[in-house]
Design a protein around this ligand. Structure first.
Ligand code: NAP
Length: 315
């Protein structure tokens, strides 16, 4: 192989992403004897692995750690022959047959592909957010909560993530103030009940954060009350932002049909606009975004990919 030339790898089935959808797809494909290759992407085991405890995945009545569940998914898929490689796709060519996926060092050729590249947290896009990321601005309570022992912090958002992570952060922080742009939460009833009854959790309603201020680290946020127009400076040691996600589909623009929000369009068989390419989990799901629904979509995609490959063989 000449210097700078990428190694070429031929496979039957490649799965992009290693979250619940990707590893469930890998389990089903491995059990169909397809020897699937999982390219993990940057977040090994996906977003679920950044959750402290997952309480709504059946089979774990006491809950299960996000990291532990990811490891269990991987072990189970590997037991049947799936290979998991720490590598990241940087571009794809779905017009060629076999389909091509490029990483920094290799070109993978595959007859079928399952895309489970998940989603990434949304940013507020306000002054100070970028500058103070890692210095008081965070998008992951499980990862960064420890740094806020006995501190006062704010959480932005009114969904399940904001409350679940906010409640987790009360283990460390002195106080957690949830700042929500409406006066009604989107989060589910159980989380709302827990948050309202936790003495460390406070709420500021109808309010957005318009600026993050500090010197070496975050010291305050500027707030805007959407109903009164009143602005105020709220002192805080940290700001955790949980305002939803955007699908990781930049690589597929122009290659696959995407919806207006950038999610991959699939039919009920998880097939994308190109036969032989399937998608599952959050990258194709703006609605449910649960570990169990992602796992189910991954399994369904693998069943369909298996049928597709069998048909190719017979043709
Ligand atoms: P989400 O449900 O989309 O909630 C995002 C929140 O951020 C909403 O309250 C939204 O306000 C607010 N928001 C959006 N853009 C904003 C902006 N620019 N400025 C201020 N606030 C903004 O996202 P999520 O909480 O990450 O949850 C995603 C999915 O994962 C959901 O389906 C959720 O059920 C699921 N999830 C489930 C669990 C669980 O079951 N335990 C845990 C975590 C996540 P509005 O309400 O006004 O739109």
């Amino acid at each position: 192989m000449a210097k700078n030339e990428k190694e070429i790898v031929d496979r039957e089935l490649i799965i992009l992403g290693s979250g619940p959808a990707g590893l469930s797809a890998a389990l089903y494909a491995a059990r169909a004897d397809l020897n699937p290759l999982v390219l993990t992407g940057m977040t090994l085991h996906g977003q679920a692995s950044t959750t402290d405890t997952i309480e709504n995945y059946p089979g774990f009545p006491e809950g299960v750690g996000g990291v532990e569940l990811g490891q269990l998914f991987q072990m189970q898929a590997e037991r049947f022959g799936a290979e998991v490689e720490l590598d990241e796709a940087i571009s794809v060519d779905f017009q060629s047959k076999p389909f091509q996926i490029s990483t920094y060092s290799k070109i993978y050729k595959s007859k079928s592909i399952i895309i489970t590249t998940g989603a990434t947290h949304r940013k507020l896009g306000i002054p100070g957010e970028k500058e103070f990321t890692g210095r008081g601005v965070s998008y992951c309570g499980t990862c960064d909560g420890w740094f806020f022992k006995n501190k006062d912090i704010v959480v932005v958002g009114g969904g399940d993530s904001a409350l679940e992570e906010g409640l987790f952060l009360t283990r460390f922080a002195n106080s957690v103030t949830v700042i929500h742009r409406r006066d009604e939460l989107r989060a589910g009833a159980i989380l709302q009940k827990r948050a309202f009854s936790n003495p460390k959790v406070k709420f500021i309603w109808d309010t957005t954060v318009t600026e993050i201020r500090g010197v070496d680290a975050v010291q305050a946020v500027k707030l805007n009350n959407l109903k009164t127009g009143e602005e105020q400076i709220h002192e805080t040691d940290g700001i955790f932002i949980f305002i939803g996600h955007k699908p990781n589909t930049e690589m597929f623009v122009g290659q696959l049909d995407l919806d207006n929000e950038g999610y991959i369009k699939t039919n009920k068989f998880m097939q994308t606009s190109i036969p032989g390419i399937y998608a599952g989990g959050e990258v194709a799901d703006p609605v449910f975004r649960q570990v169990i629904t992602s796992a189910g979509m991954g399994a369904a995609a693998a069943i369909q990919a298996t049928r597709y490959l069998e048909d190719l063989e017979e043709a």
